[in-house]
Design a binder for this molecule. Structure first.
Ligand code: FAD
Length: 424
């Protein structure tokens, strides 16, 4: 059913071609839903343009960054997902949108040669890690936005363990074993919690004493996890303290050097391994595609998730600036919104295939869970606060549910088995 994977996208069309650019949470969900709903419709073609052969499902990235999970735990391979669906995957990148001619060009930046006409285009190219212009930050910190970032953090940790084993002087050893995370949002808390809980075991394997480990979390605002209710923030902080994490809140970073983070109040924090989890910005290429963008570079959408001036272009996921009519705020960059926008957009495209008008998207946040170490979490769902084991179970089940939605029972049960083995 599926055509052989290729980096050439300029294949002859069969009629109405739906082009999806970006195969992350939004693009993959959209392609899967369209493939299932439009299977057998003769004059419709679905093409996914994505440079990587797999989706990186980032919400459990901390388990890869510190172990115990392997990178496959976060990788949803497109050939497996689309094997029984009428979706053509083109392993390349969207370079430009020519909305007047209803075509996109595809290929390396500045050298794109393939021209692909579309009947409907869905842009789902996501976001990238945002690194503010703090001196030394970009040079010395690892960001946390991909499996490659997670592997880099693992690598830097191992380098420090090998170096620390050779150090006789206790103060030098402690300095070599200092891990710092900047950013007390969900990603930073998840990374720091997993570092604090899992590194001691790894250190013992190197013959190191876990008492020499220093794990710190720096947050510029007065508190961590600002999106969660205060009672849950307090529980998360208690858990971090139990894991031995030193917390610096209300502390802006002014400068970073190879082995230390300078704060605006003049203090310096030893840091041999530094992770920056300070936020994200929309795919920077998207603003060059001639579509309306908000001041943050996210592409503006109408209530049906379309670009306001282009009836044949949908925008979904992190790259989209969808304004929730109930709150008049742009919805946050979260997988749960990316997935729901994509599901709704699939329904709307199917409606359009059958000559019906699209309907407005109504975003609803059903809950939010943050892990604080691999076996404990905080969060809420349907107005109910949870912490500890129930919260971490909900977080992990949400992840498995996503694999089930896009990959079916076999992929979901594989992930579930891996998760259970990690918690044994
Ligand atoms: C560490 C971490 C933990 C997170 N945890 C959670 C969580 O617990 N819950 C939650 O709801 N959200 C979480 N998020 C946020 C969530 O991952 C994002 O909101 C989600 O990935 C957005 O989906 P997307 O499809 O818009 O973008 P992405 O998933 O980033 O996918 C974008 C895709 O577009 C592709 N692409 C980029 N440029 C082009 C181009 N020019 N042409 C073609 N393809 C292109 C990329 O290769 C990528 O595959 C987390 C994020 C991180 C980094």
């Amino acid at each position: 059913m599926q055509q052989a994977p290729s980096s050439t996208c300029a294949t002859p069309g069969v009629g109405r071609r739906i082009v999806i650019a970006g195969g992350g949470y939004a693009g993959t969900t959209l392609a899967v839903n369209l493939g299932r709903k439009l299977k057998g419709v003769p004059d419709v073609e679905i093409m996914l343009i994505e440079p990587n052969p797999c989706q990186q499902a980032l919400s459990e990235l901390d388990l890869v960054a510190v172990g115990p999970a392997r990178s496959e735990f976060c990788e949803l391979w497109h050939p497996t997902v689309f094997k029984d669906l009428p979706v053509t995957v083109c392993y390349n990148r969207l370079d430009a949108v020519h909305s007047d001619e209803h075509v996109v060009t595809v290929g390396p930046r500045g050298e794109a040669t393939d021209t692909v006409p579309y009947w409907r285009l869905a842009i789902a190219t996501g976001a990238i890690a945002f690194v503010p212009p703090v001196p030394g930050l970009k040079e010395h910190a690892v960001t946390m936005w991909s499996v490659a970032d997670a592997q880099e953090l693992q690598r830097r940790g191992e380098v420090q363990f090998r170096a620390a084993v050779k150090l006789k002087e206790p103060a030098e050893r402690t300095r070599a074993l200092s891990f710092t995370v900047i950013g007390g949002g969900a990603t930073g808390v998840e990374i720091v919690g997993t570092l604090a809980q899992l590194l001691p075991k790894r250190m013992r394997a190197f013959g190191l004493d876990p008492a020499d480990l220093r794990v710190r979390l720096i947050e510029g605002r007065p508190d961590i996890l600002f999106d969660l209710p205060k009672s849950l923030r307090e529980r998360a902080k208690k858990r971090l303290a139990r894991l031995g994490v030193e917390l610096f809140t209300g502390s802006m970073v002014s400068r970073v050097e190879e082995n230390g983070v300078h704060l605006e109040d003049g203090s310096v924090i030893d840091s041999a391994v530094l992770v920056f989890c300070g936020g994200a910005k929309a795919d920077p290429d998207a603003v060059s595609w001639g579509l309306e963008a908000d001041p943050g570079g996210r592409l503006v959408t109408s209530e049906t998730c379309k670009s306001p001036a282009h009836d044949d272009i949908y925008i979904v996921g992190d790259v989209a600036a969808f304004r929730d009519p109930a709150t008049n705020k742009t919805i946050p960059m979260l997988a749960q919104f990316a997935i729901r926008e994509a599901e709704h957009t699939a329904e709307n495209i199917v409606r359009e295939v059958h000559g019906q008008a699209p309907t407005p998207f109504q975003p609803n946040m059903h809950g939010e869970f943050v892990s604080v170490g691999p076996s404990w979490g905080v969060g809420w769902m349907f107005g109910m606060n949870l912490s500890g084991l129930p919260a971490i179970i909900m977080k992990r089940l949400t992840y498995v549910l996503y694999w089930w939605q896009v990959g079916g029972v076999s992929l979901a049960s594989k992930r579930l088995r891996e998760m259970l083995s990690m918690h044994r």
